[in-house]
Design a protein around this ligand. Sequence first.
Ligand code: GTP
Length: 598
Amino acid sequence: MKQELIRNFSIVAHIDHGKSTIADRLIEFTGGLDKRNMKEQVLDSMDIERERGITIKAQTVRLFYKADDGNTYQLNLIDTPGHVDFTYEVSRSLAACDGGLLVVDAAQGVEAQTIANAYMAIDQDLELIPVLNKIDLPSADPDRVRKEIEDIVGIDASDAVLASAKDGVGIKEILESVVRRIPVPKGDENAPLKAMIFDSWYDSYQGVVVLIRVIDGTVKAGDKIKFMSTNQQYLLDKVGVFTPKPLTVNDLSVGEVGFFTAAIKDITDVNIGDTVTLASNPAKEAFPGFKTVKPVVFCGLYPVDSADFEDVRDALDKLRLNDSSITYEAESSVALGFGFRCGFLGLLHMEIIQERLEREFDLDLVTTAPTVVFKVMKTNGEMIEVDNPADLPEPSEIDFIEEPIIAATVILPETYVGGIIQLMVAKRGTQKNMRYLTQGRVILEYELPLGEVVMDFYDKLKSISRGYASFDYEFAGYRQANLVKLDILINGEAVDALSIIVHRDHSFYKGRDLVEKLKEVIHRQMFDIAIQAAIGNKILSRSTVKAFRKNVIAKCYGGDISRKRKLLEKQKAGKKRMKQVGNVEIPQEAFLAVLRIG
Ligand code: GTP
C-alpha cells in the first residue's frame, strides 16, 4: 500500500464512553464483518473481558475505506486497553499510531481517564479528533462537553464529530475525519527494518503472536529478525493482519501494522515496546522509550489443599504464556504452607488473574491481602525491597522505610466533594489542586500512598460518590513514611500471612478494627480463640471468639435427615476455603479482612 494512503489510529476514551461500540461500527461500515458474523464487541476476545466489559489485551484491525476523495485508504485501528493498570500497554499502542479518536460520552462529559489517555496521546504527538458519542441520549449536552474538552484537555473541539454508535450516526464522518486529519505515517521504505512491538499473546498452535507497527523498511515471512533489547533471533513463519479475522499477507511495509509468528515458545522473549529489526541488516537505533514493566502489587496465593501446589504452579505457568507481566515465586508461610508470591500491574490485574486461576483451572485458593513494594533502608546501609510484610526486618535493623506514592486525579459532581476529601484524608492523601471543571463538576488532584489505594479505596470512592467519581493515577515516586508491621496473633501465635504494614499513626485503630473483623469471620470452635493485634511485643488490641456451647449437629438428632445432610454439606462447602493454623481453622475472609476496615 502506498504510504500516503495509510492511516494508523486508535480510540482513546474513558471506560464505558463507547470505544468498543464505535470500533464495531467502523468495522461494520467498512465491511470487515457482515452483521451476521458480528458478535458484539469483536475487539474484546476473552470471555472474562466481555463479562467485565473492559479491554485487557490490545488488538488491531485493518480496514479499507473508500473515501469521498475517491481513494481507498488502509485504516489500521489499534485497540488500546482502557484501565490504569495497563498504562504502559496503552502508551505503546498509542506510539504505534499517528492519531486518535478522543471519544467522550456527550451526556457524561470528560472523565478522569479521558484526561489521562488524551494526555498520553498528546505526549506521543498524536492528532486527536474529538468525537462526542451517545448524542441519542436525552441528557446529551454536546456544547457543554465540547467546552470541557477545550478547557481541560486543551484541544480544539469546535469541529468534533457528533455520533451515536448505538444508532450508527456519525460513523462515515468519523472515517472521513480520520482520512483527512490523521497524518500520513512517516518512515523510510528503503531503510533497514525497524518495527515496534505493541502487543503479543501466546497461541498454542503458532507460538507467540507479535503485533508490530513498521516504522522503516519491510518485513516478510522467511526473514530472520532480531529483538533489539535481547538480541534474540528468529526466523519468521508468517506475517499477517486482522480484518478482524487473521489474514496472511506477503509483507508488512513502512507505516503498516500487523502481526508475525516465528514459533516463539516463551512470551517473556517478546517485550512490549521493543524494536524488531533484520538480523542481517539491523537498524542503528531502537525505537525510544522502551522499558520493562514491573509489578507494583503483590499478594500470596496458596492452595487450600497443599497437595495442589504443583497444580497452582502449572496454572501460573500457563497464564504467564499470555501475560508476561505476572511474576510469581514459590514461598512458604508458617500459617499457610507452600504457595506463591505473585506480582501484578495493579489491583484489577490481580483480580483478573485470581479469577482466571479459579475459573479456568478450578483451583481453590487462599489469597492474602495485597501489598505494595516498600524500600527499606537498613541500619547497615543496605537497601532492600519488601513486597511481603512477613519479610520486613526487625525494627532495630531498620533505618527508614519508603513507600510508593501516586498522583491521582478524581473527577466528580460537587455534591460528593466533602465525602471524597474525607476519604483522601483517611488514606493519607495530600491535596495538590482542586478546581471546577464546569458548573457542578470538580476535578481534584491528590498525592496518595499506593499502599492505601490497593486496599479498599476504589469501592469506597464509588460508594461515597454513588458511582459518579472517576479516578486515574500515575506513579509519582517513593517517599519516606513512618511505617510499622502490625502482627495478628491467634492464641498467642503470630500468623505471618495476616501481618500488614501500616502507618504508625493508624496502627492502633487498624489493629482494633482488624481484631473485631477477624472475630466476626473466624467461626466458633471447640475452644476459646484469642485474637490479638500487636506491634513487636506491644499488644494493641484483643478479642475472643468464644467456644461452642452446643454441637451444631446435636439439634438435628431425631429430626429430618435431609436437613441434617444439608447442614453437613453446608459445613463442608464452608470448609473449602479454610486454612488450619495451629489448631484453629481460619477462613479465606480472614486473610482479606484488612480490606474491610477503615
Ligand atoms: P470499555 O471497553 O469498558 O472501555 O468500554 P467502552 O468505552 O468500549 O464502551 P462500550 O462500547 O462497551 O459502551 C459502553 C456502554 O455504552 C454500552 O452499554 C453501550 O451499549 C453503550 N453505548 C455505546 N455507544 C452508545 C451510543 O451511541 N448511545 C447510547 N445510548 N449508548 C451507547
